[in-house]
Design a protein around this ligand. Sequence first.
Ligand SMILES: Cc1cc2nc3c(=O)[nH]c(=O)nc-3n(C[C@H](O)[C@H](O)[C@H](O)COP(=O)(O)O)c2cc1C
Length: 198
Amino acid sequence: MVLTAFSASAQDIQLPVPRKNAEMTLYQALQNRASNRSFSSAPISDQILSDLLWAAQGINREDGRLTAPTAMNTQEIRLYVCREDGAYEYIAKDNKLLKVSGKDLRGDVAGPQAGVADAPLFLVISCDLNRYSRKNDHTKVMGAVDVGYVSQNICLACVALGLSTVPRAGMNQEVLREELGLAEDHLLLINHPVGYKK
Ligand SMILES: Cc1cc2nc3c(=O)[nH]c(=O)nc-3n(C[C@H](O)[C@H](O)[C@H](O)COP(=O)(O)O)c2cc1C
C-alpha cells in the first residue's frame, strides 16, 4: 500500500515555474493563429510545457481563479497531457503533472487522423459536469463553452511560444475515457496535438 502510493507520486512531475512572458503581442498571435496538422518529432521541454499549461488554464489571481473563465467559476475543465512517457493531469494549484496512465496514448488521441500522431504531445480537454450542482442541457452547454476558452488559450499560447496546434474533436473516446479514468458526466470534447511545425 505504502509502496504503491510512493511510486504513484514519484511518477508525478513538478513543472518549472511558468515564465508568463512572450515577446509576441496578442495581436501578432491572433494574426498568426492557424491550424497545423504536420509536426516534427522534436520534443517540447517541460519549461515550454509549463508556460503553455499556465496560459491554457493556470491560476492568475490570488483567489485561485484561472486564465480561462468558467461559468459561475465552476472550474470544471480538466486538462490532460498525453506524451510518450504516459498521460498526466495538469494540477494548476501545484504546477504539477499528476500521472494517470503509464501508456503512450497519442495514437488513441489522434484516432483515425493518424497524421497528427507524430506530435510530441497532445493536450486533452475535458469537462466534469459533476462540478455543477445541477446537471442539465444548460450546464452541458456552459461546459462546452468553457472548454472552448481553454482551447483558444492553447491556440494563442502555441503561436506565442513558437509551437503549432489544431483543435480537434476526433479521438478514440472509449480508450481515453478508460485510461484517463473519466467518470460518467465527464465530457471529452477537444484535444490539441502540440509540437513544432514540420
Ligand atoms: C470544435 C472543433 C472541432 C475540430 N475538429 C477537428 C478534427 O477533428 N480534426 C481536424 O483536423 N481539425 C479539426 N478542427 C479544426 C478545424 O478544421 C479548423 O479550425 C478549420 O478548418 C479552420 O482552420 P483554421 O483553424 O486554420 O482557421 C476542429 C475545430 C473546431 C473548432
